[in-house]
Design a protein around this ligand. Structure first.
Ligand SMILES: *[C@@H]1O[C@H](CO)[C@@H](O)[C@H](O)[C@H]1NC(C)=O
Length: 393
């Protein structure tokens, strides 16, 4: 930013003052007046540029006939995204340029099952995928693990349940244990690194909040899940109550995270490396930024970003680098209705206007510093020329 502006400033000085000696003299005499003018010019020039920078975010459009991906993962080693599919039994990679590559095709899975939640277990170099058969297909709920390099399946673990179940999203802890949400049964399965599954947390906390039966998502209980390694717990969203729970990975005890407001149909959840928790709603097209200063005993929603009002159905969010946020628009609702064909899907970088404002202040501070250095340099040059003039005279 400031690098691009400084040559222009110099240029304007050069064109105004043709005589070099004269220029330096006026500069040192009127430097304070100039600095004020330059500062206002800088503010005038930079504010629209900053606004444009904040608005122009990265959009990755990709094409794959009827892929309808529900979840998104980021493979930081290979620097690409991973997405599942509503009916294709595939996991595909998406590059920053939108190049789609099918990494895994598992035809040993029952026909037409959905690849729902995905997570990269980078320690064990594998990808974990939740497999669910939507109605009217025969019931099927499983967690599959595939090698990230070869794409070979490492295990397929059937998730036990006596009642109707909907295995939805997955998170992995630092020991390679996976945790899968059951949206209908409102409990969490645990699958260890060998693929042995059990029911892990079936707390009464999960069912004590009222559910509005009139909403289209009233059947979706526990949904998104994220692991917080610094504290050894999971954060889990519950779509039909708008609640978030904190689940201890050692003993499965559950606490309701007190928030300053209820969320509407929270789905995907992810932890950003700076500790901010991102939650996305496919129902009202929103991304929430949440903060906590006591390890998620309570939290505050400090930003709510509108994701637009199209049919994109943003179900999943990932965090990249320090504070980048990317949301998947996989058009799942349209895919489930199955009335049309679709080829275009997208992953979109989302910027928080609030956080950009904070950044803007830093840009001004940096421009200010740059200006001080610049004026100091001009001053010294002026002195130098003055001394040289003295000598030549
Ligand atoms: C899977 O979907 C295809 C295309 O919609 C359909 O023809 C086929 O019968 C389905 N298979 C099962 C087992 O439902």
């Amino acid at each position: 930013m400031s690098c691009n502006l400084s040559p222009n400033i110099e240029q304007s000085f050069k064109s105004k003052n043709k005589n070099p000696v004269n220029r330096n003299l006026t500069m040192s005499i009127h430097s304070s007046k100039h600095s004020l003018i330059i500062f206002f010019i800088l503010i005038q020039i930079s504010s629209p540029i900053i606004k444009v920078l904040a608005r122009n975010s990265h959009v990755i459009n990709f094409r794959s006939p009827n892929l309808y991906p529900e979840s998104l993962a980021w493979d930081s080693k290979k620097q690409h995204y991973l997405v599942g599919s509503l009916h294709h039994r595939t996991i595909s990679s998406i590059s920053d340029a939108g190049i789609v590559e099918t990494l895994i095709t598992d035809t040993s899975l029952p026909e037409n099952v959905t690849v729902l939640g995905l997570t990269v277990d980078s320690r064990n170099n594998r990808i974990l995928a939740v497999i669910h058969a939507l109605q009217p297909l025969p019931p099927f709920n499983a967690l599959a693990a595939y090698d990230l390099n070869s794409g070979n399946r490492l295990f397929l673990s059937i998730l036990p349940s006596d009642e109707p179940a909907l295995a939805n999203d997955v998170a992995v802890d630092s020991n390679g244990n996976a945790y899968v949400t059951n949206s209908i049964g409102n409990f969490i399965w645990k699958i260890n690194d060998k693929g042995e599954a059990s029911i892990f947390s079936k707390s009464r906390r999960f069912t004590e909040h009222p559910v509005d039966r009139d909403t289209p998502y009233s059947l979706f209980g526990l949904n998104g899940i994220a692991y917080v390694s610094s504290g050894g717990y999971l954060l889990v969203t519950q779509s039909n109550t708008g609640k978030i729970f904190k689940v201890d990975v050692d003993d499965g005890t559950v606490r309701h995270v007190l928030l300053n407001k209820d969320l509407t149909c929270p789905d995907g959840v992810v932890l950003r490396s700076d500790g901010v928790v991102l939650v996305v709603s496919p129902e009202i097209n929103k991304l929430w930024l949440l903060k906590s200063n006591n390890g998620w005993g309570e939290g505050v929603v400090y930003d709510e970003i509108d994701l637009g009002d199209d049919e994109g159905c943003p179900t999943s969010v990932v965090a990249r680098e320090r504070d980048k946020m990317y949301v998947l628009f996989g058009y799942m609702r349209e895919g489930i209705l199955g009335k049309v064909e679709r080829e275009n899907f997208r992953i979109e970088e989302i910027k928080s206007p609030k956080e950009s404002e904070d950044e803007n202040i830093w840009i001004y501070v940096m421009i200010g510093f740059g200006l001080v250095y610049f004026l100091y340099w001009r001053f010294q040059m002026g002195q130098l020329v003055k001394n040289m003039n003295k000598k030549t005279n």
